[in-house]
Design a protein. Structure first.
Length: 131
């Protein structure tokens, strides 16, 4: 049985046998020995999707602007198409993994621009503004 007391001040020994931390002995010529690790593939232990999420924000912004373009029309539809296109390029290059969000942003942006053009050409906008 040991006589460990958590309230005891360790003093100079600092919890090491002999009062000093173990000293590094060093390798040949005083250099650190070479690490003899496992044969692991490069990048082992890293998140495999770390590289694929570099440009994921483009697809998210494209979808967000595409949804907003339902109300705002051309003002957010055009940026949604541009960011969606850039997001698709990034997904094709492997820098993003949300190609579906980019495509949805493009589709919503195009639909809102077409709807805006139809509203303007048929005069529906004038009817709404005059009432």
């Amino acid at each position: 049985m040991t006589s460990y007391d958590p309230n005891q001040n360790p003093g100079n020994n600092q919890g090491y046998p002999g009062g000093q931390p173990p000293q590094y002995q060093g390798g040949p010529n005083g250099q650190a020995p070479q690490y003899q690790g496992y044969n692991q593939p490069a990048g082992y232990g890293m998140n495999p999707t770390a590289m694929a999420t570099e440009k994921n924000s483009l697809g998210g912004w494209a979808l967000g602007l595409g949804i907003a373009s339902v109300c705002c029309g051309i003002f957010t539809g055009i940026p949604a198409i541009i960011l969606g296109y850039l997001g698709m390029q990034a997904a094709n290059e492997g820098r993003a993994n949300n190609k579906g969000l980019a495509i949805a942003g493009i589709v919503l942006g195009v639909l809102s621009i077409v709807w805006s053009i139809i509203n303007i050409s048929t005069g529906m906008v004038n009817n709404v503004l005059n009432n």
